[in-house]
Design a protein around this ligand. Structure first.
Ligand SMILES: Nc1ncnc2c1ncn2[C@@H]1O[C@H](COP(=O)(O)OP(=O)(O)OP(=O)(O)O)[C@@H](O)[C@H]1O
Ligand SMILES: [Mg+2]
Length: 268
């Protein structure tokens, strides 16, 4: 059982941001909590959903998990290895063990680099982290994600939104992390390609036996994709459990309100 032997355990993560408008005396004395004592367990090979209203701390948590931000308190353990989250991801060694896919592929790709350069960089980065001699197969990854190889010489602005997000998925996978954090990976995309991108992400993760954290506002997608769900509220975990429990049996009033308020839409 994955819960008895989780791949990743995060415990006691807290992070506080300065009050908004502090310099002007507005909101003084009201520190905003990015995260308050957040813990999570990821079963190996699972997809874990994170939902919660805007500002509840989902992105803050994902970025700490991926080693892109630090937290003054808390611990992250992957397998036997404990990472010090108060140090930068590069120093703690967390960076690259977890790769993030962001909401808006247009701002997450370097506009000055060709697609080929971006993907090569990720392959080299991943190889360095795991000191692996075996090169990742770029051509096979392009084919799997439905990206024509002619895109390799192009720059991001020459690609469609869907193509850019496929490149971001390729970039994340080519670094060969253990865990992918996808932060609302389709919310900036045209609805016509959303389901396709989500399906591709789910399938390629499974094929590589990777583990994923899927952050989303779309409860229907979370219900279809995830084996367990964490509900964030005001920087805390308000409720969590197996998807089936959260959607049909949790008696947490906040959870019930979220689920009852969702639009009846089934996209995947
Ligand atoms: N760099 C920052 N500086 C100051 N405050 C921040 C920073 N990043 C996040 N916050 C604050 O931390 C809280 C959590 O933000 P976060 O972006 O993690 O929420 P979220 O759940 O991802 O929201 P959304 O659904 O809108 O993406 C918010 O109050 C936000 O304003
Ligand atoms: Mg966010």
């Amino acid at each position: 059982d994955g819960d008895q032997n989780p791949l990743l355990v995060a415990e006691g993560l807290s992070k506080q941001f300065a009050p908004q408008g502090f310099a002007w005396g507005v909101g003084r004395g009201k520190p905003r909590f990015g995260l308050r004592d957040v813990g999570i367990r990821l079963a190996r090979g699972s997809i874990t959903g994170i939902v919660g209203e805007s500002g509840s701390g989902k992105t803050t948590f994902g970025r700490i998990l991926a080693g892109l931000d630090t937290a003054p308190t808390g611990r992250i353990t992957i397998g036997e290895h404990a990472f010090d989250v108060s140090r930068s991801g590069r120093r703690s060694g967390l960076l690259g063990r977890v790769q993030m896919i962001f909401q808006d592929p247009s701002v997450s790709l370097n506009p000055r680099m060709t697609i080929g350069e971006t993907l090569d960089e990720s392959i080299r980065f991943g190889a360095r982290i795991r000191s692996s001699k075996e090169p990742a197969d770029l051509a096979a990854m392009m084919d799997r994600l439905g990206l024509p190889r002619s895109l390799l010489g192009r720059h991001p602005h020459q690609l469609s939104g869907g193509q850019k997000q496929r490149v971001c998925i390729a970039r994340a996978l080519l670094a060969r992390p253990e865990i992918i954090v996808a932060d609302e990976p389709t919310s900036a995309l045209d609805v016509s390609v959303q389901a396709e991108i989500v399906g591709l992400l789910k399938d390629t993760i499974a094929e590589r036996a990777m583990t994923m954290v899927f952050i989303s506002h779309d409860l229907a997608i979370v219900q279809a994709m995830c084996s367990s769900v964490y509900i964030f509220k005001d920087g805390r975990i308000e409720d969590f459990g197996p998807t089936e429990f959260i959607f049909s049996r949790s008696d947490n009033p906040y959870t019930r309100a979220l689920i009852n308020a969702r639009p009846q839409r089934f996209t995947c």
